[in-house]
Design a binder for this molecule. Structure first.
Ligand code: CA
Length: 224
């Protein structure tokens, strides 16, 4: 589960990062609205903890732009004012919950957990290996949170390897399943595509996931 904290008060963001990391979440921090928005648009977060009072862009503007961009990440707003209009505004703009400052960490953690309980239903269709994540519903793949720019066939090929991770898949089988080709077709297309897929999925990262098994085919696994 990945959480983005957008908060300009260093003390608060440090304590949130520490506490949430200890609770087992992967936490990124942004210290102003603009940086936060960029991160939220670029990477995939399950939950965003968003302070209202921020430099550059305030929390409302960040939230509005996120929703305009179609981002569905859950948003927990932090507000210094326990004002009714703030809450109403938050929910109208698409916040999922809010918390009034100052708050106890245990209270925040309880909110975070309860919000994230909604997530498994959305991410059931996600395949994971090491830092590779494949979102089958949205046709998106990321490594270490970075989006991989894949063609439709490359995505299909990667999904096939990931669904059957640890299993060596022959060129013939891959050709059949990804390209609907017969066993006697030219399976060179598989090698070419795997090479291209590797250049995007493996080359920029230290851990290789796609392995060639000589004379047999290809396998996706997290072993070096
Ligand atoms: Ca603030």
């Amino acid at each position: 589960m990945k959480i983005l904290v957008i908060e300009d008060e260093l003390k608060t963001s440090r304590f949130l990062k520490k506490g949430l990391s200890e609770a087992g979440y992967a936490v990124d921090v942004a210290s102003d609205g603009l940086e936060g928005l960029h991160l939220a648009l670029e990477l995939d977060f399950d939950l965003i903890i968003l302070d209202v009072m921020l430099p550059a862009l305030d929390g409302w503007q960040v939230l509005a732009r996120l929703r305009e961009a179609g981002r569905k990440a859950l948003v927990l707003m932090l507000t210094a004012l326990d004002a009714v209009h703030d809450r109403v505004r938050g929910f109208e703009t698409g916040a999922d919950d809010y918390l009034v400052k100052p708050f106890a960490f245990s209270e925040l953690l309880a909110r975070v957990r309860s919000l994230l309980r909604r997530v498994p239903m959305r991410t059931q269709e996600t395949l994971r290996m090491a830092d590779l994540e494949i979102d089958l519903l949205r046709h998106r793949a990321t490594r270490a949170g970075r989006k991989l720019e894949l063609t439709a066939k490359e995505f299909l090929l990667l999904s096939l390897l990931a669904r059957r991770a640890g299993e060596v898949l022959s060129r013939t089988l891959i050709a059949e399943l990804v390209w609907d080709m017969n066993f006697d077709s030219d399976t060179n297309v598989v090698d070419v595509s795997v090479r291209r897929l590797r250049s995007k999925v493996d080359d920029p990262f230290p851990l290789r996931l796609i392995h060639t098994v000589r004379g047999a085919g290809y396998v996706l696994e997290a072993q070096p």
